[in-house]
Design a protein around this ligand. Structure first.
Ligand code: 5AD
Ligand code: SF4
Length: 523
């Protein structure tokens, strides 16, 4: 294997890129192949820097969830290696949209933004416009882009984001060829690479972390649940767990780097490990850069305990838990943990057992309530948050009342409420009796009012207490204040300065302002 050096977790690859022989044929192994293409891209970017007399800049815009935010850190890391400087502005040399498609309006937003980009590209024909992420896994979308958005240079999906450098090189090369043939680089053909699914997990690529003190860590990819409204299993593929030793290695590395809080990420973290044995039993995949395999599957609760033992890590969060898979073992681990935060996101989706069945959620209203009661009993100060969909096909007023009933009984600390959005290709999209828009809007408003009243009451619970806060930033509106998070995920603003960022300090919670606190640092 060549360039083994590249796989050393703590080595700065920036120096090593210079050691890569870019005139050699590209290596077949990953991630070496991608480092090779990063070096090739960098050569072209350096030429352009000389030509323009300035640095090139890149904008990565994220739509959607924590998974996408995590993917964007990887994409930014690759761009940084190549030599791009990050910018918030979309008036950039490269703009990459990491898209979401969970609801229709996520797609509409992207098309809206693309209109703006086409105007910017008229001013800068060498501008590179790339699209990746969940929305690109939909064949209709790619077809539409191919036909009506020909100024886009690069389209790739969720399964091959690790290949970004290789694909970008293809774009840069096409632009160079066009220039040599005295054609406008703006007219080069789109590079499209979409995979239907994958069983590969390519690791050890660069990442540009958004925060120095907290970081998301993927523990699994994809989803096998097929809730009938949800497009995620179609765009993120089958469930694959990362090996525990690789996850731990990453967490240890982050801790050495000063990270205090990790968020373990997966579409359904409670089913972590279930596919491990199958995935790695005959593992000789050249693409998988992970080290020697674990024979025995590890449960999510066990993984949490392993992460808990990593020195330097002070807080552990995770997202998202499916109620059907939440084990007593996990509740027990959470109850006794000093590091796992007092927060559990437990999507309800609907309070009606009839609708839950149509949603393929595989729990009933009663089972959910029982689970919530057990959680409250075992971990009394646990903050429970949720996701709720209003207007699923066939939802009646009675079904909706069941949802309100669960909200009243569980008393969520906060809830994300969504209007059902029909996603082509999902079973629910073909269901009859879609609920009229005005009925859904009315239900949505009633739900929101209830959720907000309860969450304000719940937030009040810790007023007057002194609790640890991880300081995240200078306050957006008042630079004499800093903003941080309680273990239960509530925000706290209090007087403080830059040097507190990244520290965990005790804060007296003086006043609850509904969804956040004002406080004072305890001496
Ligand atoms: N319509 C509305 N909301 C949806 N979600 C997923 N699919 C849809 C859809 N088709 C919501 C679910 C999920 C959250 C991330 O998005 O509540 O938990
Ligand atoms: Fe979608 Fe259900 Fe999977 Fe969550 S568990 S990603 S809602 S299919």
């Amino acid at each position: 294997m060549e360039n083994m050096e590249l796989m050393k977790p703590d080595t700065k690859s920036r120096i090593l890129l210079d050691e890569i022989d870019t005139s050699a044929i590209p290596p077949m192994e990953e991630p070496q192949r991608q480092y090779y293409y990063m070096a090739k891209c960098r050569e072209i970017i350096k030429e352009r820097e000389l030509e323009y007399g300035r640095h090139l800049n890149a904008n990565v815009t994220t739509f959607g969830c924590q998974m996408n935010a995590k993917d964007s850190e990887k994409l930014r890391g690759i761009l940084e290696e190549i030599g791009y400087q990050q910018t918030e502005s979309e008036e950039a040399d490269l703009v990459l949209y990491n898209t979401c498609t969970v609801r229709e309006n996520a797609n509409l937003k992207v098309y809206g933004h693309l209109g703006l980009l086409s105007n910017l590209k008229k001013k800068n024909p060498n501008m590179i416009i790339g699209l990746c992420g969940c929305m690109m896994q939909e064949p209709d979308v790619v077809e539409k882009l191919r036909k009506s958005y020909r100024f886009v240079n690069l389209v790739f999906g969720t399964h091959n984001i690790y290949k970004f450098a290789e694909l970008l090189y293809e774009v840069l090369e096409r632009q160079q060829r066009a220039e040599q043939m005295q054609q406008s680089p703006a007219k080069t053909d789109m590079v499209i690479d979409i995979w239907k699914d994958t069983d590969q997990i390519v690791e050890d690529l660069p990442a540009d972390r958004t925060y120095s003190f907290k970081c998301g860590v993927n523990i699994m990819y994809g989803c096998n649940n097929f809730c009938t409204y949800c497009i995620v299993p179609y765009v993120r593929g089958r469930e694959r767990s990362r090996r525990p030793e690789d996850i731990l290695c990453e967490v240890e590395r982050l801790a050495r780097d000063g990270v205090k809080e990790v968020m373990l990420l997966g579409q359904n973290v409670n089913s972590y490990g279930k596919t491990l044995r199958k995935q790695f039993s005959s593992d000789d995949s050249a693409q998988n850069t992970a080290s020697a395999g674990t024979e025995e599957p590890v449960s999510f609760a066990e993984l949490l305990q392993m992460v808990e033992r990593v020195p330097g890590i002070e807080r552990i969060r995770f997202m998202t838990s499916h109620p059907k898979d939440l084990s007593d073992e996990l509740i027990d681990v959470m109850k006794h943990s000093k590091k796992i935060c007092n927060h559990l996101h437990l999507p309800l989706q609907s309070g009606s057992s009839r609708i839950l069945k149509k949603m393929n959620r595989r729990y009933t209203k009663e089972q959910y309530l029982e689970l919530a009661a057990k959680l409250r009993r075992e971990i009394p100060d646990l903050s429970i948050t949720t996701d709720i969909i209003v207007g699923f096909p066939g939802e009646t007023e009675e079904d909706f009342q069941e949802t309100l009933d669960v909200v009243r009984q569980v008393r969520y600390d906060s809830a994300f409420t969504f209007i059902y959005s029909k996603r082509t290709g999902t079973p629910a999209a073909a269901m009859e009796d879609q609920v009229p828009e005005d009925v859904v809007k009315d239900r949505f408003n009633r739900l929101l009012a209830l959720v907000q009243t309860i969450s304000q009451e719940m937030a009040m619970k810790v007023e007057g207490q002194t609790l640890p806060v991880l300081v995240e930033s200078i306050n957006d509106h008042d630079d004499t204040l800093v903003t941080g998070r309680l273990s239960n995920n509530l925000l706290v603003h209090f007087p403080g300065a830059q040097e507190l960022i990244g520290q965990i300090v005790n804060v007296h919670l003086t006043e609850c302002k509904g969804f956040y606190y004002m406080g004072e640092m305890a001496s």
